[in-house]
Structure formats: C-alpha cells, structure tokens
Design a protein around this ligand. Structure first.
Ligand code: GLY
Length: 590
C-alpha cells in the first residue's frame, strides 16, 4: 500500500500553501492564451510572466497551483524511469514578497515534516548556483540549507546549465535556482546528483527570479525579487511511494496494465512510451481550444505524440484491432483517473475518442507507405535518407521521420533529422523562437510590436462579433512579433466583404485612439459587466479585465498598449477553416 495518492498530494500541497497565505490559482489551459512564443504551457510560471515582471497580480503576492504541463524537449528520454511529456507541476510563487529563506524553509518543511510528507531529511541532497560573470555564487541558499541540517557533503554547486532557470535561450524573468534531490539508494554507489547514475531523483526546484534576460542575452536585475518553484507530481508520488519509476504510480499503473494486457509483446520501454504519449494526447484533445491533429503547431505535436504511441504499440505486435481496443479503453481509464481533478477529460471524452480513432485509421495507411519507401531506399542501394528527402516525403504523404527511423532501424537505414528540422522550419516560418524552443516551452515576448498585437486581437474579437454575430467565440490565439492569429467559432468562410468590414471596424477603433484600462474584479462581476472570457474554464477569485474605450471588454492577463492610436494599421492577411465550425484569421499591424 502506497504512502500517498496523487489526489492526496495535490490536496496536501495546496493546503500547505493556503495555510501560509497563498491564493490558489486554477490550472491554466494546456494551450497558452496570448502567448506568442510557445505552443503549450510548459511550467506553472508561464501564465504568470507579466506578474513576475512587476504587474500586480489580482490575487496578491503569494500564489500556488497545480498546473497541467506539456514539454516535448525531452521526448526521446520518455520511457526511462522519470521523464514524461505531459505532467502535473505543483508550484508556489512569491511576487516580490518572500525570498530565499522562506521559500527554502517552506520546501523543507513540506517535504520533511511529519504533518506533511515525512521524507527523511537525510535522504535529501541539494544543488545551488556556483556563480559566474552574470550572477554571484548562491552562498545564501547554501547557508539556509546548512541551518536546516543539510550537511555540506549533501550540497553541490553547479553553473547555469544545471542551476539557473528561465525557459532556455529566451528573454524574460529568470534566476539562480536550488534543486532538491531524493537519494533513492538504488543504482550505482554515486554520491552526487546530476551525474546520470539515476540514483538521485530531482523532486523540487526553487527558482529565485531576480533577473530579466534581455533579448541581447544580457541580464538585468528585476524591479522585484520573485520565487518560482516547481515540483513534478508524478515524480514526487513515485519517490514517496518507493516506486522505481513514475509508471508505477496510481495515475499510470492502470494505464500500463491496460496496455500490457492488450498487446502480444511487452517491452517495458515501448509500453511506457505508449502510455505517456497517449495520456498527453488525450489531455491536449481535452483542451477547450479544441486542438485537432494536423501538420501545424499544436496539432502537429498532437499528431506526433499519437503516431509515436501507435508505433510503439505496433512494435509490440499490436494489430489494428488491438490499437482500436486500446484507444477506446485508454480514454475511459483516463476519465476515471482524472475526471475529478480535470473534468474536461470527462466532458470531452467522445471528441477525444473520435480524434484518436481517426488518427489510428490514417496511421495504418501511412505505415504501409513508409514501409514501401524504406524498401525503395534499400532497393537503390542506399542507407541514408537526407533531410530534404525526409521533408519531401513528409509533405507529400505525412510520413514523419520518426516513423522512417523506426521502420528503417532493422534495415540499417538512417535519417538526417537535423536536415529535416531545418527544412521544416524554413517551411513553417514559425516565430523567431523556432520549433525546438517552442516545443521545449518558452516565454512571453513583451516587445512593443507584440503588445500592439495583443490589443489589436481584442479589437478583432469584438469586431468579428459585431460584424458576424454574437455566436463568435474565441477558440485560440497566438501572437508573434510578426503576426497575430485568432481562431474563432463561425460556421462559414468569411466573404471578402465581411473581411473588409472587420478590418475597417478595427482600423476605425484604432483611429479613435481609445484609452485601454485595466480593472480587477471577480469572474462573476466580469461576466456581469459583459466582459468576454473563457467562462467554461475555471478562473481564480479575481481576474484582470481590459476595457478598450466603449468598444471592448475582455478578461486577459495583458499586457496592452495604453491607447489604441499607437497600434498602427491593421490588416487581415489570411482567413481559413481550421476544423468544422472553426475559422482562423491571421493579421498584421503595420
Ligand atoms: N518553473 C520551475 C521549473 O520548471 O523548474
């Protein structure tokens, strides 16, 4: 019998921080609102960037939550003991309130106190920032740990690669961190974390966000010193229950059992990949933004997760009927495991099943085609598929190089992945952030152009409702410094006339130079005041509402321009269908 369930850990974590004056925020959706540089929410701090940079948060200076996260940067590691694509992150924040001492003391108390998790303190090891030209050695954190009883030989110092956090390579808030590891006592007789032995598992990261990384790569002190922490729920449950890996935890064990019992062979790594990727895919499919498998952006990641899962199952001898059976039962099982914590899994179950089923049918055909292609490559006496060739076949037949690599492995055929990604990026012309970073997770870009586009998006939303009708609802939004993109419900293609009218209305409101103001209120007050928002999503107790003159009112984290006059000319560059009843507009401001 395990010491704790995932439900209990969520509850205890939030209770601990509530008792210590933290407001509890709901999990933001997996697809970020108005974040130009990322496809998915990859950390609990991501929706909080404006507040870490100094904007007052409507809920106060102490916050905590459990956040749904998706990271695909380590997708090739999935299948080992602790890496996952989708995971839940327990986090607490101080926005210019407490700093190192309180943050470390609270982490230590929650982990070790008998009232909370009761982990033996002597099994913990910590790492701190070693210091470099940008920031000093974090002796303060080390002293705090020492006072709490962590001996010097359980304390290690590393540079930025291990002890600095802020989404990689991006501008935004960041800083040194101190990571807490648990010594499992298993594996090689290693004495230090971070050495690949697998003996130590990282369970919590306390980040001291006191710097802002500027776009030229330099670091400047932030106006406030913040704390941002993250503890992976699945890892923590595994450690607390003495499991050797996350797949033995209560959120994974029934899924592993289901898959194991449904396929002829049972290579553990492939079963884990299937369980992880399918779980992530169902969470994406349950997002209110109605992401469907496709060849672009979130839809591309979703399709890739599903196909990699199916490939792993095929490698375990699964036939088409096994795949269909697993697909259906898997969604049922997930709804059972998560229905209470994340009701969207339950509510969007039939859509998720339909999409999974559709992908499965497509996959079977694709796999056959990919097999033929590998035969052709071998037939011409070749063993290497170039990036350009991999991209051409991907575009032509939707065959991802992942599949070519997997099918080709037994015949010694390899694929130039780097070349493929270069071609892919050239083609997609994704934002400056680039595909790899967008996959790994990144940060909001507050460049002035982006801010102008945020406000233009509000004007567009309202203009669409006035021209097309109040049935128009936002389904997604994504802004890069180059363009804005807005997805919304509408049953038909927009006529040229409608597009012109929408553009004209937005430009008229820009020329009126309307003031943009922010107010804080409860979601109920916001709704009563007529503010647009995702009311089907849970908000916290207090929300920010941005009002643009007498034209628009919308719940949003910001940032926005002070007056519409600075936005510039608004121009719609493309209008297209995204899915049944959902349209997508791309627009620029000049
Ligand atoms: N935001 C802290 C972490 O992801 O570790």
């Amino acid at each position: 019998m395990c010491a704790i369930t995932s439900t209990q850990l969520r509850e205890r974590f939030l209770e601990f921080f509530r008792e210590r004056g933290h407001a509890i925020l709901p999990s933001a959706s997996l697809v970020p609102e108005n974040d130009p540089t990322v496809l998915f929410t990859a950390a609990g701090m991501q929706p909080l960037v404006p507040y870490l940079l100094g904007q007052p948060h409507p809920q106060g200076k102490r916050l905590a939550n459990v956040q749904k996260c998706l990271r695909t940067g380590d997708i090739d590691e999935v299948g080992d003991a602790f890496h996952l694509t989708f995971f839940e992150m327990l986090g607490n924040w101080s926005l210019g309130d407490y700093f190192k001492k309180e943050a470390i003391e609270m982490s230590f108390e929650f982990l070790t106190s008998d009232r909370w998790l009761s982990l033996p303190a002597e099994k913990l090891a910590v790492t701190c920032f070693a210091g470099d030209a940008d920031a000093p050695r974090d002796t303060e954190s080390a002293r705090i740990w020492e006072r709490l009883g962590i001996p010097k030989d359980r304390m290690f110092f590393f540079g930025k690669s291990a002890n600095w956090w802020g989404p990689p390579g991006k501008a935004g808030p960041c800083g040194p961190d101190t990571e807490i590891f648990f010594d499992t006592g298993r594996g090689p007789a290693s004495t230090r974390p971070n050495d690949d032995s697998g003996r130590f598992v990282e369970i919590w990261n306390d980040v001291f966000m006191e710097y802002e990384k500027r776009s030229d790569g330099t670091f400047a002190p932030l106006q406030q010193k913040n704390v941002d922490t993250g503890m992976g729920l699945e890892r923590a449950v595994a450690v607390l229950c003495g499991h050797t890996n996350v797949y033995e935890t209560d959120v994974f064990a029934p899924l592993m059992e289901l898959i194991r019992g449904s396929v002829p062979r049972a290579d553990e790594r492939h079963l884990r990949i299937a369980a992880d990727h399918l779980r992530a895919a169902v969470f994406v499919l349950s997002d209110p933004h109605e992401i469907v498998p496709s060849n672009v952006e979130q839809g591309y990641v979703l399709r890739r997760l599903i196909r990699r899962a199916l490939r792993s199952l095929r490698l375990q001898g699964a036939e088409e009927h096994h795949l269909l059976d697993i697909g259906n039962r898997f969604v049922d099982e997930l709804a059972r495991i998560y229905g209470e914590a994340y009701p969207e899994i339950f509510e969007r179950k039939s859509q998720a099943e339909t999409q999974l089923w559709g992908e499965l049918q497509k996959y079977i055909v694709i796999e056959q085609r990919a097999g033929k292609f590998i035969e052709q490559v071998r037939g011409r006496g070749d063993t290497r598929i170039s990036g350009a060739e991999a991209f051409a076949i991907y575009q032509e037949s939707g065959i991802h190089p992942d599949l070519l690599r997997s099918l080709g492995a037994s015949q010694d055929v390899t694929v130039d992945f780097k070349g493929f990604e270069e071609e892919f990026q050239k083609h997609q012309q994704v934002s400056r952030a680039g595909m790899t970073q967008r996959f790994a997770g990144g940060l909001t870009d507050h460049s002035e152009r982006t801010v102008r586009m945020h406000t233009a998006t509000h004007l567009l939303h309202e203009a669409l409702r006035r021209i097309l009708g109040p049935h128009v609802e936002q389904k997604g939004s994504n802004i890069t410094p180059e363009r804005l993109r807005f997805d919304f419900s509408h049953p038909r293609k927009l006529s040229t006339e409608e597009i012109r009218k929408v553009e004209d209305l937005v430009n008229k409101e820009i020329r009126r130079d309307l003031p943009v103001t922010r107010a804080v209120m409860t979601p109920e007050e916001a709704k009563a005041a007529g503010a647009l928002g995702f009311f089907e999503e849970k908000y916290g107790d207090q929300v920010s509402v941005y009002t643009v003159g007498d034209f628009s009112k919308e719940i949003c984290g910001g940032p926005h321009v002070p007056r519409t006059g600075v936005i510039g000319r608004f121009h719609i560059t493309k209008e297209e269908g995204l899915a049944q009843g959902i349209r997508r507009i791309r627009a620029v401001v000049e």
